[in-house]
Structure formats: C-alpha cells, structure tokens
Design a protein around this ligand. Structure first.
Ligand code: NAD
Length: 276
C-alpha cells in the first residue's frame, strides 16, 4: 500500500491515513468506500451512529481486497454504554458490517456525567481477549478520562480519536498520548473543509509544492505523526486525499501551519457532550 503503517501499542499496524464516512448515507457510503478501496485506502472509519455500517461492509466484501488487508474501525454509541450493552452493540455492529472480527473498536464519547465508560471499556477488554477485535481505544477522551481508564483497567487504549486540525492543534492531548503510548487519530483533519482550506498561508504552501490545500493539511498531520481519516464522497477528492506520500513539507511550511492554532473546536466539548 502507498500508506505507511502506524504501529499501535499492542504491535498491530494501522494505516496512518484512512477514509472517514460520517454523514454519508448507507447507499452512498457503499459507493464512496468502493471508490476509496480502489484508490488504495486500506482503513475505513465508521460508527454505529453513522448508520452506514452495512454499506461499508458491502463495499469491503465486493472490493476483492482480502479482509486481512483492510483495517476496519467502528464505534460504540453513547446509548449503548455499560458492560452488557456494549457486548450487544459490538455484535450488532459486526453483523451489520458482515465481518467476523473488527480491527479497532472505539468508545465514541466519554459522557463523564453518566460514569459508564470504565464498564464499557472492561467489555472492550473482554472482546480483545476473546480475539473479536484486534485493538481497542477511545474517542473524544480528555486526558483526565484517559488517566482514569489507565488506573482502573489493564489495557492502555491503542488510540484516542479526537478533533484535530490546524485551528485546533491539541498540543496538551498529543503530548499526553505520546507519554502514554496512545496513538493520536485526528477527526475532521481538514477542519470539515470549511474556511481552513482557504487560509492564505495554506494556499501559499499549496502553490509552492504544486499541491492542493487539502493535501498540504493532510501532509502536515502525517509529518506530525497523527493518524488521519479525511472524508469525501467526490471521487477526485477521495483520490487526491491519499496522494500525500510523495512529497514533504519543510520546517518553514510546518512552522507556518503550526502558527495557525486557535484552540478552536468545530465539534462539541467532550466534557459536556451528553446526547444519545
Ligand atoms: P473532514 O475534515 O475530513 O472534512 C470533510 C469535508 O471536507 C468534506 O465533506 C468536503 O466538504 C471537504 N473536502 C474533503 N476533501 C477535500 C478536498 N480534497 N478538497 C476540498 N475539500 C475537501 O471532516 P469530517 O468528515 O468531519 O471528519 C473526517 C472523519 O472523522 C469522519 O468522516 C468520521 O469518520 C470521523 N469523525 C469522528 C468524530 C468522532 O466523534 N469520533 C467526529 C467527526 C468526524
């Protein structure tokens, strides 16, 4: 594959760049995932709440790519937290995906006020021990939530998937993850494609390298060591977003992008988010 692996803390290899399918309806997800697999993506990021595990699974099955060559991530939805509910939700997700094992299972949000993420994670540890999933992790966890998990359970999460892009660079979280051996995975790596791709500094770097702004932002993540999962349903953009392994940003480019940090979220604050 053209995408290098990130080695997770249990030795499992996860492609450093994958394909996200949030907000893509099931039938459209089937087409988009098929296009992504054809373009060389070997990692797909879905979630129970996205409602497109079936389309995602169908595209993988139809692709002709061997199962062991695709890294599939899905996420436990908030309403299904709790030990037994987690085990049931895992079975339901796997059935929708049409798979007999999963590569990575994530707790979608910590929901600290409900206080069920430790129990949910203990169910994840059982799924891991039973060989039903190759790696377990979390999403939208703040360092304080990770600290509690590490204290009260035995498997350090392999991944924390968090909102991360040049306007929200997450320095403290990335540093904490590095200390604990947790891979940082960036959601909305392109800042959802809104203003970020028109920022003059990014446009200038794109012109300098004869690349697109999206490729520059993705390359910045890659050089920082982040796992990224850009989303698009447009075939030309799906192809463009994986073509980031044949050029490099120099220290000046990296510094210019790092200067864009505003600690500004697009999505909700994980300490307060409590829906579903
Ligand atoms: P993103 O940053 O990947 O941006 C996607 C949008 O950017 C597209 O809809 C399109 O408008 C634009 N775009 C994509 N490629 C482009 C290109 N080459 N040129 C110009 N514009 C382009 O945003 P996202 O979908 O929010 O995040 C990516 C993935 O992260 C999701 O699909 C999902 O899998 C995951 N995610 C997870 C969580 C979570 O809570 N764990 C939350 C949000 C997203």
């Amino acid at each position: 594959s053209k995408v290098p692996p990130k080695i997770l803390n249990n030795g499992i290899e996860m492609p450093q760049l994958g394909f996200g399918v949030w907000q893509v309806p099931d039938d459209e997800a089937e087409r988009a995932v098929a296009t992504a697999l054809e373009a060389g993506y070997r990692s797909i990021d879905t979630a129970a709440i996205y409602g497109n595990e079936e389309g995602t699974g169908k595209a993988i099955a139809a692709s002709g790519v061997p199962r062991e060559d695709v890294f599939v991530t899905t996420k436990l939805w908030n309403a299904d937290q709790g030990h037994d509910a987690t085990l049931r939700a895992f079975d339901a997700s796997l059935a929708k995906l049409g798979l007999d094992y999963l590569d990575l299972y994530l707790i979608h949000w910590p929901l600290p006020a409900r206080d069920r993420y430790v129990d949910s994670y203990k169910a994840f540890e059982k799924l891991l021990a039973d060989g039903r999933v190759r790696a377990i992790g979390v999403s939208n966890f703040l360092p304080e939530h990770l600290e509690r998990l590490i204290e009260e359970t035995s498997v350090v999460p392999a991944v924390n998937q968090i909102e991360l892009h040049p306007h929200l660079q997450q320095h403290a979280a990335r540093e904490f993850h590095a200390e604990q051996g947790i891979a940082t995975e960036a959601w909305s790596p392109l800042g959802q494609g809104k203003g970020l791709l028109e920022v003059p500094a990014i446009v200038a770097i794109a012109q300098k390298h004869d690349r697109t702004p999206a490729q520059i932002v993705l390359r910045w993540h890659i050089q920082l060591g982040n796992v990224v999962i850009p989303k698009s349903v447009t075939p030309s953009r799906i192809k463009e977003n994986i073509e980031v392994f044949d050029f490099s940003l120099d220290t000046e480019d990296l510094a210019a992008i790092s200067a864009l940090n505003e600690d500004r979220r697009i999505g909700p604050d994980p300490a307060a988010f409590d829906v579903g």
